[in-house]
Ligand binder design. Structure first.
Ligand SMILES: Cc1ncc(COP(=O)(O)O)c(C=O)c1O
Length: 377
């Protein structure tokens, strides 16, 4: 049977998402013992301690289904952000949030606007629904060109994604740029402004920048806005799969209707509800990332390597004279997992997650070694 005939047209030709290579996979593949992973923007300090103790307390309860309404988690988020629980939703990570938004809003005739070199999952979500992707060129130094993005919106535009700060470039748009963008956005054929999705996966890191602002404060005045964040990054809970979003009560109500009933598992709910109040985790992680970014910048400068200053916990750098893909492969053999950027249309660049000082020193040491070995530089 030619199963292809039964597959939805928009799913034919779909490429799987290439995730950061797990340490265990590389161990199996190359038989290496000492491996460091700097590929998926995880937290080198590990999981929030508050989350870990909540997980321990709840482990015996996993024979129960989770609370389908994630009540405690929403209450915790409501308290943390002083926002009614009715404006909050939870999901199995930012990834599921992107997909839920696509399922809720995107039709085949719709256009979805995002920036070139922004998080790859937006284009995938548009493709899944058969919608048309409009990828707008960035400004120099790899920053979203919000003016051009607003101009790219027309009658068919259903939604616009903005990653702030952006993955993989680490750049961000300022509070006033976001405000201007929301104002400038034209109405579509429905007589409404398109849905604007602000992906703030790295919010806690970027919040240290003076002119950065989370988009939460724009929510009241902009009923077309959805803001989402994750527990995968600063809170160190990537393996639990939990994220959350803010939107108007009306949008949240629709998301609640279409999401799978138990999308956030019992441990994830308990861990996240505790982590959101873990100030120590946030402070320590911010301090480490700030210090270690400076360390990497300094080392890159010494080596004459071009890099982009980042407001998040990763840095994009030019892998010349290697192609990014080759750099990634050679570094794998050295036991360092980085991330090539071909899927982001940046074949000469590599993204490295900020690790501990020890990990960053190993990374720089190996980088110097392979440059010398392969190109005598
Ligand atoms: C910009 C951005 N958005 C969303 C996500 C999804 O994160 P998660 O599904 O782990 O919450 C990521 C993860 O790398 C990301 O970088």
């Amino acid at each position: 049977m030619e199963i292809k005939k039964l597959i939805r047209k928009s799913c034919l030709g779909f490429e799987p998402y290439v995730a950061g290579k797990p340490i265990e996979t590389l161990k199996r593949e190359l038989g290496l013992k000492n491996i460091i992973k700097l590929a998926s923007n995880e937290n080198p300090l590990g999981a929030s301690k508050k989350a870990l103790s909540a997980l321990k307390k709840n482990i015996d309860k996993i024979f129960f289904y989770p609370d389908a309404n994630a009540y405690e988690l929403k209450q915790a988020l409501s308290k943390r952000y002083s926002l009614p629980a009715g404006n909050i939703f939870a999901a199995a990570g930012g990834d599921e949030i992107i997909e839920l938004i696509a399922k809720l809003f995107f039709n085949a005739q719709d256009e979805i606007v995002f920036s070139k070199h922004s998080f790859i999952r937006y284009g995938m979500a548009a493709k899944l629904m058969g919608s048309k992707s409009i990828a707008v060129d960035m400004k120099e130094v790899f920053t979203h060109d919000l003016k051009a993005m607003a101009k790219a919106c027309g009658a068919k535009t259903k939604a616009v994604f903005i990653t702030n700060p952006n993955n993989p470039t680490g750049t961000y748009n300022t509070k006033s740029e976001i405000a201007e963008f929301l104002k400038a956005l034209p109405k579509n054929k429905y007589g409404l402004k398109p849905i604007v999705i602000l992906d703030e996966a790295y919010y806690e890191y970027a919040a240290l920048e003076k002119d950065y602002a989370g988009a939460l404060e724009f929510l009241k005045a902009n009923p077309n806005l959805i803001v989402f964040r994750t527990f995968s990054k600063i809170f160190g809970l990537a393996g639990l799969r939990v994220g959350y979003g803010f939107a108007s009560k009306e949008i949240v109500d629709y998301i609640e209707r279409i999401r799978p009933p138990f999308n956030v598992n019992l441990l994830a709910q308990a861990g996240a509800a505790a982590a959101i109040f873990d100030k120590e985790q946030v402070e320590k992680s911010r301090k480490l990332v700030k210090r270690e970014k400076e360390f990497l910048y300094k080392e890159f400068k010494k080596l004459g390597i071009d890099f982009v200053k980042s407001a998040a916990n990763f840095v994009l750098f030019n892998s010349a004279p290697f192609k990014g893909k080759d750099f990634f492969k050679v570094m794998l053999k050295e036991g360092v997992i980085t991330r090539a950027m071909d899927e982001y249309d940046l074949p000469d660049w590599v993204r490295v997650t900020i690790g501990s000082r020890k990990e960053n020193e190993i990374f720089i040491g190996k980088l110097i070694k392979i440059r010398k070995q392969f190109v005598g530089k």
